[in-house]
Ligand binder design. Structure first.
Ligand SMILES: C[S@@+](CC[C@H](N)C(=O)[O-])C[C@H]1O[C@@H](n2cnc3c(N)ncnc32)[C@H](O)[C@@H]1O
Length: 234
């Protein structure tokens, strides 16, 4: 995010963070190019990745996009630019987001029943969505086990939602956290999408454990649950 709004006494670690942030080439580039966050470059990079083009376009003109965890709006800006005037972007975040032309923003909790209902109402009657994006991240506590579990819960919820709203052939980009459920999440995505790749965009900070799962070509079929009793083995 570009501005921090931090006031008062700073610990040495936060001063270091601020200095690093202000010298960060992606922060400077975001300011120059009018993006609300450096995160915009992560999504741009993923849309330009050769993998993303293997099954049509990841994001393209006329598409309907849902952007989860959208504030302050970098990914929504990229999405609006790529879907153009014939496309549609519906964005959601717990936090408020300053208005963006072409984006229908909902402030709410994606994990809460009310928030999800609101999102589904806004998407109706054309509930078929071409792309689900999720850059949702929990408030970090610094306790690894808690942060990973919360991050995994958000990624899983975004994946489940994508499987209920995506049109056949649709795409998913979701932020993943390195935790015990990481491989299960990727395995599940391989059942639901023709191609799946886990990427770490250059714009993602090295010290951050975040990675993104890019799933292209939603199969539009119920997931196949393979259990020990139906996998052919005794
Ligand atoms: C890394 S920021 C997103 C940055 C954004 N993609 C951009 O390009 O500017 C993560 C966002 O996830 C949001 N978030 C976390 N949990 C959420 C939830 N349960 N429902 C909605 N948004 C959530 C946070 O409020 C935060 O704004």
């Amino acid at each position: 995010m570009i501005s921090t709004g931090l006031v008062g006494k700073r610990r040495p670690s936060s001063s270091r963070w601020l200095q690093e942030h202000h010298n960060d080439p992606y922060v400077l580039r975001a300011r120059r190019e009018g993006y609300r966050s450096r995160a915009a470059f992560k999504l741009l990079e993923m849309t330009e990745h050769p993998f993303a083009g293997l099954h049509g376009r990841l994001l393209g003109p006329g598409m309907t996009v849902v952007d989860l965890g959208a504030a302050p709006g970098g990914w929504s800006q990229v999405a609006v630019g790529l879907v153009g005037a014939t496309g549609r972007v519906v964005a959601m975040d717990l936090l408020p987001m300053p208005p963006l032309t072409g984006v229908n923003f909902i402030q709410g909790d994606f994990l809460g029943e009310e928030g999800l209902q609101h999102l589904n109402t806004v998407l109706s009657p054309e509930r078929q969505v071409d792309v689900v994006l999720s850059d949702m991240a929990p408030n970090m506590t610094g306790i690894e086990a808690i942060d990973q579990t919360r991050g995994e819960l958000l990624a899983e919820a975004a994946h489940d939602f994508a499987c209920t709203v995506l049109a056949q052939g649709g795409n998913l980009v979701v932020k993943l956290f390195q935790g015990p459920g990481f491989h299960d999440t990727v395995r599940r995505a391989r059942q639901d999408f023709f191609r799946v790749k886990v990427v770490k965009p250059q714009a993602s900070r090295n010290r951050s454990a975040e990675q993104y799962l890019v799933g292209v070509g939603f199969r539009g079929q119920p997931r196949i649950q393979v259990t020990s009793s139906d996998d052919g083995k005794p």
